[in-house]
Design a protein around this ligand. Structure first.
Ligand code: ACM
Ligand code: ZN
Length: 525
């Protein structure tokens, strides 16, 4: 077996060479004006200064015009120098992350002493271009310090999109100047379900909202690491926190409060009220101002239609637009928002429910209830991101031994539906399951080119603290990084045992980075 230096995600090609390169405080770091961001990042983690005047063996970052694939890189470590070459700055970032992993594990956060790195040639590029991790900051609120650490860890694993879930029934987290009551009312709830028993409340007010400066800081920080921030603003459902502040935007028009229970809320935006679209356009104007991302996530999941069915305004809209039913009204709603965002040069992505009633033109689909929505969207010529509950939900348990795990999402499987030896509850995604995630699985070959990649989702109903967020995310985050980056072995199927072997060392890196990962004791002593 080739020595891959315990790299995660595993590179496309690793060729060990003889000897090593020694990095000292006087090792020059050479990079040009065309890659200042990657250069600054390398200078920070390697603890080196930019310098091209020295004769010492150097570390050089080069943007080249070669045949290296997008985000790919070639890393050459030899006794007389190190070079990272890429066609784009993303590739340089990934090459630097690999170089970081070649350092002794204890120096991965920052090089603090002379360090020897093994001579090697690595050619590497990603299998998928959409490699995202999602974080729900609404069910529980996470401050900017933690969000930046979460982004650091994405970058460390060569992920490239941070999906920031900013609005929910239980709390709205982005201030909008045109609608100040979102910060005053929508960001706060009266009480929260107990993690160990969702049917009981803690009775304590809870909430929080970022400032626009904090959001700018996060977007700039992510950019300094080569990461795009994908904001998610939910519609038409998951919006009762908005209605609590602006009740005229709901079908009933009164009696709303920020939701204090988990689950799905019946009260959603009124699709028959033009003020709703005025609201959304103003919100998105401010969102687009802060987030340069090509895609904007508009949610679209879990929107009950009961209010629309008995609302005069919604029914009048159905009639006026010649729509068949409430599903078509949802499609019309999302198309209207999608057209607005398209007029501003952006694309929309939504959860797979946006297929109901017809997929709006140009929308990409994030398939979460399974892969079926993704397959259907791909067959209709739409771009797809796979994120099925079978592999990608990091709010689920990692072990069937629920008694010895912190509370997580689960649901008992009725006796009559259980299989002998199988799980007793829904909400179990062991490390191996995540590792075997393949966004192409089940997608007919002819449509696979529509699959942009995949992502993990961390919903935080059961995640009240940052340490719990890390516990749920790692090492499954390391596993998904490899599922999305590394090529499928030629024999087909990923080698979980080999991954676990590399993970044993990788956990030391996570430790050096101060990550509260779950030790996979089933696989490692
Ligand atoms: C989802 O998990 N409701 C997208
Ligand atoms: Zn209505």
């Amino acid at each position: 077996m080739t020595n891959t230096f315990n790299l995660i995600p595993e590179p496309v090609s690793v060729t060990a060479q003889t000897g090593s390169f020694k990095i000292t405080d006087s090792t020059p770091l050479i990079f040009g004006d065309d890659c200042q961001k990657a250069g600054a990042f390398a200078a920070t983690v390697l603890n080196l200064k930019q310098d091209d005047a020295s004769d010492n063996p150097a570390i050089a970052l080069n943007l080249v015009d070669g045949d290296i694939p997008a985000e790919g890189y070639t890393l050459t470590v030899a006794p007389n120098g190190v070079t990272v070459e890429a066609n784009d700055e993303g590739g340089l970032f990934h090459g630097i992350q690999t170089l970081r992993q070649l350092l002794p594990a204890g120096q991965v956060a920052e090089r603090t002493a002379d360090a020897k790195i093994p001579a090697v040639t690595i050619d590497d590029y990603p299998k998928f271009k959409w490699r995202a991790m999602h974080l729900d900051v609404c069910r529980h609120f996470f401050d900017v310090t933690f969000v930046k650490k979460y982004i650091d860890l994405l970058a460390f694993h060569k992920m490239n999109i941070f999906h920031w879930h900013l609005t929910e029934d239980q709390g709205w987290r982005m201030p909008i100047d045109a609608y100040p009551k979102l910060a005053e009312v929508s960001a706060w709830r009266e009480s929260t379900p107990l993690p160990e028993n969702r049917h009981e409340q803690d009775g304590k007010p809870y909430g929080g909202i970022y400032t626009k400066d904090e959001i700018r800081e996060v977007v700039a920080y992510a950019d300094s690491l080569g990461i795009t921030v994908l904001p998610e603003i939910e519609l038409p459902g998951h919006t009762i926190a908005v209605l609590a502040a602006y009740p005229e935007l709901g079908c009933v028009g009164e009696g709303y409060k920020v939701r204090t229970e988990w689950g799905i809320e019946d009260d959603v935006f009124c699709a028959g009220n033009d003020q709703v679209f005025e609201f959304l356009e103003k919100v998105f104007d401010e969102v687009l101002d802060l987030f340069p991302s090509e895609y904007i996530h508009i949610g679209g999941d879990e929107c009950p239609k009961v209010r629309w069915e008995s609302c005069d305004k919604c029914q009048a809209r159905i009639k006026a637009e010649g729509l068949e039913n409430e599903e078509a009204l949802q499609s019309w709603f999302i198309s209207k928002v999608g057209n607005y965002l398209a007029s501003k040069g952006r694309k929309i992505i939504g959860w797979d429910e946006i297929l109901e009633g017809g997929l709006p033109a140009g929308a990409a689909v994030a398939s979460w209830r399974g892969i079926e929505g993704g397959v259907e969207a791909a067959s209709l010529g739409h771009k797809v991101v796979m994120s099925p509950v079978t592999h990608c939900y990091f709010d689920y348990y990692q072990s069937p031994d629920r008694e010895n795990e912190p509370p997580a999402f689960w649901w008992p499987i009725p006796e009559e539906q259980r299989v002998p030896g199988g799980p007793e509850f829904w909400g179990l995604i062991p490390l191996e399951r995540t590792y075997t995630f393949d966004p192409h699985d089940g997608v007919p070959e002819g449509f696979q080119n529509m699959v942009m990649g995949g992502q993990s989702n961390l919903w935080t109903e059961y995640v009240p603290t940052t340490s719990q967020a890390e516990y749920q995310t790692y090492p499954r985050g390391s596993a998904i990084s490899e599922a999305l980056w590394s090529p499928m072995p030629a024999k087909g199927g990923r080698d979980f045992d080999a991954f676990v072997g590399r993970l044993a060392h990788h956990l030391k890196r996570l430790e050096a980075l101060g990550v509260n990962y779950r030790h996979p004791k089933e696989h490692l002593s």
